[in-house]
Design a protein around this ligand. Sequence first.
Ligand SMILES: Nc1ncnc2c1ncn2[C@@H]1O[C@H](COP(=O)(O)OP(=O)(O)OP(=O)(O)O)[C@@H](O)[C@H]1O
Ligand SMILES: [Mg+2]
Length: 298
Amino acid sequence: MAVLSLKGGVGKTTVALGIASAALRRGARALVADLDPQGNATATLDPPMTEATLTDVLETPRLAVIRQALAPSGWSDELDVLVSSEDLELLNEPGPDSRRMDNLARALDELTASPPGDPYQLAILDCPPSLGRLTRSALMAADSALLVTEPTMYAVSGAERALEAIEAIRAEHNPRLRPAGVLVNRLRVRSYEHQYRVQELRESFGRLVMPTAIPDRLAIQQAQGACVPIHEWKSPGAQEIALTFNMVLAKILRSSRAGRHRLADEEPEPASTPAEPSQNETTSQFPVLRELAEREIG
Ligand SMILES: Nc1ncnc2c1ncn2[C@@H]1O[C@H](COP(=O)(O)OP(=O)(O)OP(=O)(O)O)[C@@H](O)[C@H]1O
Ligand SMILES: [Mg+2]
């Protein structure tokens, strides 16, 4: 699952780590691939030094290199990290070599075929804040894409552009790609402005907007600073966030199982049948993605 947004600082890494923490709590073996040259996920997951990084993997997606860029996180041996490095930035720039764009997909296929231990149940791809080549490689490798947004006045237009990118990659390169949904982060429930913006998102994207939003809580920053999973941070705020991420993970796992089931049954692609807008939705944008979400997010 790729975790992405157009804007920086809206909580992609927080969401990727929150879901990883929920997976650990649930006993699901998981992998975080840190595609952001800033390396925030790598820093908080605190793995030991590796001989290689994702930059090497994206240049040479062979199992030997992947193994060198992979390390158990400091959180648990059940959570591995494909580590970032600053020079990933060089691979984000547009260039003539578009062949490399599917190298992440190749690498993850290699890793799925020969995992270092028990198979991963979930791979979370933490993207940098742009729709550049790194995010697009993540979308080419992923089965699902989770869009993170804050409840601000630019949320709708930002989500629109990101959904367009998801739809373009799905249509051109990766027919398996499904929207996991639009997840609202840093919600202040008592803020009228925030409620208004969430309503605006729901009117534009209907059930693509996840029913659970992540509240704004200091505990998130405290746990991240201490390199501790949110499920292990002891405060009422942390508990609330941990429960929220459990719900988000449950939804993601349900929808990915539904996706696999559908693929296994080889039902016809639903892409050509636009969704009927439900009564409280006033627009009908992204009919294909919404149809997929209705079927698979449930
Ligand atoms: N729900 C929240 N409550 C409180 N603080 C939060 C919340 N979500 C994110 N933050 C804080 O906001 C900052 C930015 O979050 P984060 O790094 O997850 O964003 P990002 O989208 O990954 O950023 P970038 O685009 O730079 O990769 C961090 O300091 C993080 O701790
Ligand atoms: Mg980040």
